[in-house]
Design a protein around this ligand. Structure first.
Ligand code: G3P
Length: 217
């Protein structure tokens, strides 16, 4: 499973990228707004930090506008992935951009049928929003499972990018189903490594080691 960071906070990205465990970044208009920075400037900085794909989202809602904005965003860096909303205009733009070899990420996906359309449009990634489905009492993980089954039935190459990830269980369950990517808020990424038995066990090891009076090296 690839781990993307779901943020436009460059300090968080720099810090976690140093672990060697970060495979890409996803942003969206809300995350750009939260960064308080110019989209081109902050996206360029993110692309300079992370080697993997960096999703930058168009804000136009019409095909021509999306293609124009995609051209601007694609110029930022070679690892730009163009994020497009799951609308008919977005799917049309995805088809065009994907046919030109541009990486695409179709976002705001909430159903398997939407994901089927995105795969037919040649999307590189599909972003089903788990958390927002759960917020409505629906089952976000069930949608991930349905998409996995459909994509495997037809050998679609579109990668399932589990998004709107809110908990460590979202990461685990998406991995159990076989999602290709999880895009994870930094706060959740930090929680993945934590276990109280690990902390307790390490403390016990170090306390016993102290008693030996030894040093390695
Ligand atoms: O990648 C999409 C993500 O940023 C949305 O997350 O928590 O606002 O549903 P959330």
């Amino acid at each position: 499973m690839k781990f993307f960071l779901d943020t436009a906070d460059v300090e968080e990205i720099r810090d976690l990228n140093d672990t060697g465990l970060v495979d890409g970044v996803t942003t969206n208009p809300s995350l750009i707004m939260k960064s308080g920075r110019d989209i081109i400037e902050v996206t360029r900085e993110i692309c300079s930090i992370v080697d993997g794909p960096v999703s930058a989202e168009v804000t136009a809602t019409d095909y021509n506008g999306m293609i124009e904005e995609a051209a601007v965003l694609a110029k930022i860096a070679d690892n730009i992935c163009i994020k497009l909303p799951l609308t008919m205009e977005g799917l049309k733009a995805c088809k065009t951009l994907s046919s030109r070899g541009q990486q695409t990420n179709v976002t705001l996906c909430f159903s398997a049928n939407q994901a089927l359309l995105a795969a037919k449009a040649g999307a590189t990634y599909i972003s089903p929003f788990i958390g927002r489905l759960d917020d409505l009492g629906l089952d976000g993980m069930e949608v991930i499972e349905e998409i996995r089954t459909i994509y495997d039935n037809y050998d679609f190459k579109t990668q399932i990018l589990a998004a709107s990830v809110r908990t460590v269980n979202h990461v685990k369950d998406a991995a159990l189903i076989g999602a290709d990517v999880a895009t994870i808020p930094p706060s959740t990424m930090h929680k993945l490594v934590k276990h109280m038995l690990t902390d307790a066990g390490l403390s016990a090891f170090l306390a016993d080691w102290e008693k030996t009076g030894q040093k390695i090296g």
